[in-house]
Ligand binder design. Structure first.
Ligand code: SF4
Length: 303
């Protein structure tokens, strides 16, 4: 039973040590088609619970072993917010963490629960998944527990966002034919304009999924990113960027592209050929475009 995993290196955070709140088996209130864990029955609370003391001991041992950790990432083989002692756990972690940041990755299913919000408010960063804007999509793609409603999730997120002052990141995982329609994306867009998260990570399946579902290509993600309002800070988060070939962009094409969608340095690296990258540098120098930082990710944007 391994509560601690890693460390892994994260470009944004540095060295991250993972903490698994469900180390013995999958315990989740979703059973997503793209989950990399085996399919399993959904549950709204954990039936195998590790004590706060055991988790803290594991964290302390992990921190003793790896002296240079920058961030503790709280996650689970399943959904970490259905761990029943989350508030007590984060209170205890905050007593021992020193300068280390603590972040949590959640599927957002419980965000309308005030007790969960109380716990999440104590994290340095919260990342919530939001694959769907409609109940039909949530049921089909995330195969959520019957007790979960997308409207409650959306209302809970808005309420939480009003209370939370640290970075709130939204993650959208796009799956071919399941949530990549213009209609679903336009509903997500409408909602995200109200939510105003710190950043939106748009990704697709990167690891072998539990069911036979397909990722979309990087080009599709780029296209989908254009369906969102250009004021939303969308970061295309996929490892598949290296599969595509770079192209030539004129000055006008660069300005036009950045007006529709700010691009990260990684996007520029993947999409632009050498000459086009020089044009980006020139435009930056001439102050036609700017580089803005949003929670550790830099975007090129038209001024
Ligand atoms: S929320 Fe995460 S752990 Fe739960 S089923 Fe979906 S992908 Fe798997």
């Amino acid at each position: 039973m391994n509560i601690i995993f890693g460390p892994i290196y994260s470009r944004r955070f540095g060295k991250s040590l993972g903490v698994d709140l469900s180390p013995s088996k999958k315990q989740c209130n979703f059973d997503c088609l793209y989950c990399e864990l085996e399919p399993s029955k959904t549950m709204s609370t954990q039936d195998e619970v590790v004590s706060v003391e055991n988790i803290l001991n594991a964290i302390q041992n992990g921190l003793n072993e790896h002296k240079d950790i920058d961030v503790l990432t709280i996650t689970a083989n399943g959904e970490p917010t259905i761990y029943p002692h989350l508030l007590e756990l984060i209170n205890e972690i905050n007593k021992i963490k020193g300068t280390i940041k603590v972040l949590i990755l959640s599927n957002a299913s419980t965000i309308n629960n005030l007790k969960v919000q109380e716990a999440l408010l104590k994290f340095d960063e919260v990342k919530l998944s939001l694959d769907c804007a409609t109940q039909k999509c949530l049921k089909k793609l995330d195969r959520s527990d019957d007790s979960i409603s997308i409207e409650n999730i959306k209302a809970g997120m808005l309420e939480f966002k009003n209370r939370y002052k640290a970075p709130l990141i939204i993650e959208i995982l796009v799956v071919k034919t399941l949530n990549d329609s213009k209609d679903e994306i336009s509903k997500l867009n409408e909602y995200l304009l109200k939510l105003k998260p710190t950043r939106i990570d748009l990704g697709t399946i990167d690891r072998p999924p539990a069911f036979n579902v397909k990722p979309v290509s990087y080009e599709d993600l780029l296209q989908i990113s254009h369906y969102f309002d250009s004021s939303l800070p969308i970061y295309i988060a996929t490892r598949k960027k290296s599969d595509i070939s770079s192209s030539s962009y004129s000055y006008d094409e660069i300005l036009d592209t950045l007006a529709k969608r700010p691009l990260t340095q990684e996007d520029i690296e993947a999409l632009f050929d050498t000459e086009s990258k020089k044009r980006v540098e020139n435009l930056l120098h001439k102050e036609k475009i700017e580089l803005i930082e949003t929670n550790g990710v830099e975007f090129f944007k038209k001024i």
